[in-house]
Design a protein around this ligand. Structure first.
Ligand SMILES: Nc1nc2c(ncn2[C@@H]2O[C@H](COP(=O)(O)OP(=O)(O)OP(=O)(O)O)[C@@H](O)[C@H]2O)c(=O)[nH]1
Length: 358
């Protein structure tokens, strides 16, 4: 059957889709391909590189860190790597308070346009600093160095950032536990699987540079708390416990609530000794924290290292075994699965086959 020519409705002409719009739509679709904050930011830069006139586009994250030998944490600007060759841990740290233009962007929560002189060693004469918003206000910056001020380009960058912000809020809602705000169980499986794949893909030369240490933290006798003070007070304890986690661990450690009173933390690139120190410090923080009405609460902690041939369930299983060991030996302690096995206190877990023979 021949298609009838579409009759144009008077007064309503379909807008022409020009090449730019198509390109924009394709960019938008590509942008949200990977539902992960870092991947989103990286593809934002790659997208903008194609759409705006710029000499360079870069990302910075604000990280609150303690410098060696100092007790006080300060905000630093840390460049975010766009390609794999960039090692974020080796990146130079820039003190945020010494960067007036970035400080202004934080304060105004708006685009800051900074003229640059040759004395800055600058190529492009203009720097556009866009704020990136996270759950707690400005968490980073998108920096565009360009030869001239093309309003449409900066507007486009701001629109993309707004779009990503909303998308991240949605993602967060999906990935976070509603009571504590920590990452949830579903997110745990995804993230741990990604770490296992990373471990499997790095070459032998770098194998000792990347490692992940996973700890299960379980509140002791939590049932008693619920039974004595009620469920609402129990929830309050869970909330305080998660705050202790947020205050004790580093910004880039991953913190999860994986079950009722069971939490997980994944530390990156630490050896067993360091992990022991960090977990012991957390155990003491909980032991000495005042939990309203309830008073003192303690936690038992089981730790293991993630390996390249693991599955998320296998890692949890080992950490749980170390945790049960602690529960059976007085609670309020930290135990490493690998150490317990080496000491003959635990039998190594056999990898169970998924295939049933009969
Ligand atoms: N308030 C509150 N309680 C919860 C939540 N999820 C699970 N629980 C409670 O957590 C308690 C866990 O109890 P058990 O698994 O027996 O462990 P425990 O009492 O902490 O004892 P140990 O782990 O052996 O030290 C149960 O009473 C659950 O009802 C929650 O979201 N809120």
């Amino acid at each position: 059957m021949r298609r009838q020519a579409r009759s144009a409705c008077p007064g309503h002409r379909k807008p022409m889709v020009n090449v730019d719009t198509r390109k924009l739509l394709r960019s938008l679709a590509k942008l949200i391909e990977k539902p992960e904050i870092k991947a989103l930011q990286v593809s934002l830069v790659q997208t903008l590189e194609q759409l705006v006139e710029a000499e360079s586009i870069s990302l910075f994250e604000i990280r609150t860190l303690k410098q060696v030998g100092s007790d006080q944490a300060e905000d630093f600007l840390v460049p975010v790597g766009i390609d794999d060759s960039f090692e974020e841990d080796d990146a130079p740290l820039i003190l945020l308070r010494e960067e007036p233009q970035f400080m202004e962007c934080c304060r105004s929560q708006n685009l800051v346009i900074a003229p640059r002189s040759a004395a800055d060693g600058a190529g492009a004469p203009l720097r556009f600093i866009h704020p990136i918003f996270g759950m707690k206000g400005v968490t980073g910056f998108l920096v565009i160095d360009a030869a001239e001020h093309i309003e449409r380009d900066q507007e486009m960058a701001a629109i993309f950032l707004g779009f990503i912000r909303n998308y991240i809020l949605l993602l967060n809602d999906n990935q976070r536990d509603h009571l504590t705000g920590l990452l949830n169980r579903k997110c745990f499986d995804d993230k741990v699987m990604k770490m296992i794949l990373t471990l499997g893909s790095i070459n032998k030369r770098d194998a000792d540079k990347v490692c992940y240490c996973l700890a299960v933290l379980d509140i002791d006798h939590f049932k008693r708390v619920n039974d004595t003070y009620g469920h609402l007070m129990g929830d309050e304890v869970l909330l305080h416990f998660s705050q202790c986690m947020n205050e004790t661990f580093r910004e880039y450690d991953l913190l999860f609530r994986v079950g009722g009173e069971e939490f997980v933390v994944v530390l990156r690139n630490v050896d067993a000794e360091r992990a022991q120190t960090v977990m012991e410090r957390f155990r003491k923080v909980v032991e000495t924290h005042y939990f309203p009405q309830v008073g003192q609460v303690t936690a038992s902690i089981g730790v293991t290292f993630i390996g390249p041939h693991d599955l998320p369930g296998m890692v949890m299983d080992r950490a749980d075994q170390a945790l049960y060991f602690v529960k059976e030996h007085g609670r309020n302690q930290v135990a490493f699965y690998e150490q317990l096995v080496a000491q003959g206190k635990l039998l190594p877990k056999q990898v169970e086959s998924d295939i049933e023979l009969f």
